[in-house]
Ligand binder design. Structure first.
Ligand code: UT7
Length: 335
């Protein structure tokens, strides 16, 4: 069976502050009804003054390490997927590494937006299968609340996003009697659609400086999204890559016990499940509670599946994402 990357612990964390749809309706022209009907979201969590992305990542990582029964010092590498880094540079992973008190453990951020976690899983898998590292911490962490336009102008995007972090610890598994581990992962990207869902500024291509009052006045530091186009691509690419990944693993849809989809919009996932005729009881959603947490959504969902006992060892899990870039990806593993 060879060396496999096995998930030995999961964790998640969201900040305490809950922001409901009604709270947003006080800031912009929207309604709880519109948001719930179009997206399935009821509330999301936002950080409060003084909280940092790395604080969320730290809590999620501690939970994953506790579940794995490991100390941070036993990690060989930390990969953190995010589209909302704590600083322009260095990556959030460096602030997390300091909080974890592992001063020389290699760490880096990975940028593949809402597909960031699945991309990071693929990278960690490569490290483990090559024998380079034994134990890798993979984190998805986002703080969207400080980067969205909470006025009428930004309402299409602002209502979707929330803050949160999810983490997993992966370990090399060479035990012939333990089939747990990543089976297949497939990654895709399409840069021609980079500007269909993006934040333009600050950007190093703006001369002579990356951010100006003018750019801010033009609101170019807020996300821009062609929602319908993103929706259309998501409902096409997600089933495509999911089936490609299962095919590469010689598995059928019926072999999968649990399907975890990126939480961008409940309607997207319902549409994908309808196309593939996946029964509702074979999936789990958290978008109603947390909104879209981009790279953090899937590991948060996995942690919920594990901590609520929905998932038991030996079961097959498929995870699929789509997001800005465009980027889309799928992984299948035996828990
Ligand atoms: O994780 C990254 C990937 N992101 C996604 O996958 C998001 C994909 N896109 C979507 O989920 C949907 O496109 C949205 C939920 C964002 C929007 O739903 P939609 O059905 O595509 O709505 P729309 O953009 O076509 O807008 C319909 C109407 C418009 O008004 P008019 O022109 O019909 O008068 C919008 O101005 O809804 C209006 N609208 C809103 N109304 C109330 C847009 N945002 C809001 C809002 N509240 N927050």
């Amino acid at each position: 069976m060879g060396l496999r990357a096995k998930i030995i612990g999961t964790g998640m964390h969201v900040p305490d502050r809950v922001v409901t749809n009604d709270d947003l309706a006080k800031l912009m022209d929207t309604t709880d009804e519109w948001i719930q009907k179009r997206t399935g979201i009821r509330e999301r969590h936002y950080i409060e003054e003084g909280q940092q992305p790395a604080d969320l990542a730290y809590e999620a990582s501690k939970n994953a390490l506790r579940a794995a029964d490991l100390d941070a010092g036993q990690l060989d590498c930390i990969i953190l997927a995010t589209l909302s880094p704590q600083a322009d540079f260095p990556g959030t992973s460096f602030f997390l590494q300091e909080l974890l008190d592992v001063p020389e453990t290699p760490c880096f951020d990975l940028r593949a937006q809402c597909s960031g976690f699945v991309y990071a899983l693929a990278v960690a898998n490569g490290f483990i299968q090559s024998g380079m590292y034994q134990r890798v911490l993979v984190v998805g962490c986002e703080v969207h609340s400080t980067g969205i336009d909470l006025t009428d102008t930004g309402r299409d995007v602002a209502v979707l996003f929330g803050d949160g972090a999810g983490a997993v610890v992966l370990e090399a598994n060479a035990d012939e009697n333990d089939p747990a581990g990543l089976i297949e992962v497939r990654l895709h990207a399409e840069g021609k659609n980079a500007k269909k869902l993006w934040v333009e500024a600050p950007g190093s291509g703006f001369t002579p400086v990356r951010i100006t009052h003018e750019l801010i006045e033009q609101r170019r530091h807020f996300p821009y999204m062609e929602g319908r186009l993103v929706f259309k691509h998501a409902v096409t690419r997600m089933p495509e890559v999911l089936l490609e990944t299962l095919g590469a693993a010689s598995l059928k849809l019926e072999d999968v016990d649990l399907f975890l989809f990126h939480q961008a919009n409940l309607r997207i996932n319902e549409y994908v499940m309808g196309q593939l005729e996946i029964p509702a009881e074979k999936t789990l959603s958290n978008i109603h509670k947390f909104g879209n947490c981009s790279a953090a959504s899937i590991p948060m969902l996995l942690d919920e599946a594990v901590s609520t006992g929905l998932l038991s060892r030996g079961q097959v899990v498929s995870m699929t994402s789509f997001g800005s870039g465009f980027s889309w990806a799928s992984a299948v593993f035996r828990w």
